[in-house]
Design a protein. Structure first.
Lengths: 85, 275
């Protein structure tokens, strides 16, 4: 019984985290570091940075007042997300 | 050690107390009425001294105070200080100045007074010119001030009032000004456009002479300014983009007050963008 009580919530947790499309969910891209994909949405936090990999990359940034994070999206060109160490 | 601890707790308490007071006390909003004789309240054959001239400013001040809006009018000029009830007589109204005259000194005015908000009504004295370039230049100077100081300034720009006898030049000026302002807003400029031309509801009865409103007319103008000032405004949203990337890289910017968000598109500088 005890094992069932441990097993079931774990399964629910794993199923919940594994569901949904990672390519459109900003939450699942909140720790990704590396080259950005066009139209992919990422979440960045204080200390993170974006560097350019091509001549004139454009990114869209959305920020909500009072929030620490922002969401970003590569619109054109190439850029990389560098996470705070 | 116990005495030291007590001293520490005492000073900590004082610091927390002072911090609480600073949070409770919000500095008044610095508003600059910027314009010509309509802002200053000068008219033809006017026997009044400057200390009696109020224009829309007194009406607006009383409305703001009644609405519990903490306001501090700023500017290098003083007019209306003798009237009662008293109001803040500071302003940047310059009788007979054109929009181009205002543009030449706009940066100086901004630097001297450091306003949070500018109420801009200029162009009446541009005479035969219908171009909005004097207003456009004034807004550029204000943008320059923002870049130099890092301050955020909201500019409420008026489509200007007509003369008592309809002036077709003013209608043309306003039409071109409206196009200019709409484009600047699309480009992310922190501007609110207000329509004094048809939105203030001025009639021929509201004029003291062919150009200047009477007190009833100025009260109507104050209503328009007041309604604009009562709109939701979150300066931090306008300031955020340039806080992380130089404004020269920002291509467009939109603030959504309802959603309390700012969306902007920017180039990535060689030095990157640090969040």
């Amino acid at each position: 019984m005890k094992q069932i009580l441990i097993f079931l919530p774990s399964m629910i947790f794993l199923i919940g985290c594994g569901g949904g499309s990672s390519s459109s969910s900003p939450v699942s891209n909140s720790d990704y570091a590396g080259p950005m994909a066009i139209s992919e949405i990422y979440t960045v936090f204080p200390g993170d940075s974006v560097t350019k990999d091509s001549a004139s990359p454009l990114i869209k940034i959305i920020h909500i007042d009072g929030a620490t994070e922002s969401t970003i999206e590569l619109v054109e060109g190439n850029a990389t997300i560098v996470r705070k160490p | 050690m116990k005495i030291e601890q007590k001293k520490f707790k005492f000073f900590l308490t004082i610091l927390v107390f002072l911090g609480g007071i600073s949070v409770l006390y919000a500095a008044p909003t610095r508003i600059m009425p910027l314009g010509d004789s309509i802002t200053f309240d000068a008219k033809y054959d006017d026997p009044r001294s400057d200390s009696e001239r109020t224009g829309y400013r007194s009406h607006l001040y009383y409305k703001l105070v009644e609405a519990k809006y903490e306001v501090n009018f700023v500017g290098s000029q003083i007019a209306g200080e003798a009237i009662t009830p008293p109001f803040d007589p500071d302003n940047e109204g310059h009788p007979s100045w054109t929009s181009f005259d205002i543009a030449e000194l706009a940066y100086t005015f901004m630097s001297q007074s450091n306003p949070d908000i500018v109420l801009l009504h200029i162009g009446t004295n541009d005479l035969t010119s219908t171009t909005p370039w004097g207003v456009d230049s004034t807004l550029n100077e204000i943008d320059y001030y923002e870049r130099k100081t890092g301050r955020v300034v909201q500019v409420i720009v008026a489509l200007i009032i007509d003369r008592q006898i309809h002036d077709g030049r003013i209608a043309s000026f306003n039409s071109r000004l409206k196009e200019t302002l709409e484009q600047r807003i699309i480009d992310g400029d922190n501007i609110i456009m207000v329509d004094m031309y048809s939105g203030a509801g001025l009639t021929s009865e509201d004029y003291a002479d062919n150009t200047h409103p009477n007190d009833a007319g100025y009260s109507k103008m104050a209503d328009v300014w007041f309604n604009a000032l009562m709109q939701p405004y979150t300066p931090a949203l306008y300031a955020f983009p340039s806080s992380i990337v130089d404004s020269s890289y920002i291509q467009s910017q939109t603030v959504d007050e309802a959603a309390q968000s700012v969306t902007f598109i920017t180039e990535v500088p060689d030095t990157g963008i640090n969040f």
